[in-house]
Design a protein around this ligand. Sequence first.
Ligand code: C5P
Length: 287
Amino acid sequence: MVGDRHPVVELKACAKINLGLRILSRRSDGYHDLITVFQRVSLADTLTLETRKDGIEYTGPALTGKPEDNLCHKAALAFRSRFRSAKGVKIHLDKVIPRQAGLGGGSSDAAAVLRGMAELNNIPLDHGALLGAAADTGSDVPFFLLDVPAALGQSRGEKLRVVKGLDAGMILVILKPDISISTEWAYRRIDRLTFDKNDIKIVVHDFLEYAGGKPTAQMTNDFEGPLFKTYPELGTACDLMMSAGAEFSGLCGSGSAIFGAFSDGNTAEKVARKFSSPWLSFICRPC
Ligand code: C5P
């Protein structure tokens, strides 16, 4: 934090990929129970938060659209409703993580807003109300608030247990096609839930046994079936990364981005170069 009169805090908001994402059942509240491993990656947005006397204010070209649809705004409102005496805040966002890609960019930005507002208002990061504000803001926000490299997520994603994730030396290629997918839309494509109680036990057991490194055979992503059917180019790009030397590849969350995990940086760079506009390609690391 710098300065006394207008305290400012700068935060990195990293993206995530999912090492497997199994959708277990549909719930009566409209959400789905799932099991996944969130893996934080070094592709990141940057946020700067500054205290204001009152209100929530934005700067930066990336924060457009209706404020009520914006996860940063939702997070700031959730913070202020839980901590009534909180000061106002001015939020500046430098956006790098592609939107509607399954990379958790909006959720990570929201968690950074909560962390920043907590720091500016002297609230400890493990405060129960802060965790509540994160879960209110979105299913993936608690993972980013936890501020760890990897965690097993259950329930709608907010029930977390820290796990060892990918080796830090791994190189990740993230490819984003010119396709935007809303999480809600992706869940609507899951029309058939195939698990019975016994299958769920087996799948959950496999995730609970995960001890870092390459995901096990059960740790696939249930969005891949319907999404690769609608957008075959996603599956083709995963296959291409595998035949070019990836250890494993898959869909990022509910898409549309895909990732390939490589142990060799040169191979990763070669693969990333194969994808030009309208694809976006990023090279990053587990972090
Ligand atoms: O929690 P979040 O706002 O990120 O969720 C966006 C949408 O994704 C929800 O409205 C819901 O349709 C769907 N979703 C779900 N089950 C989850 C997480 C999200 O059905 N576990």
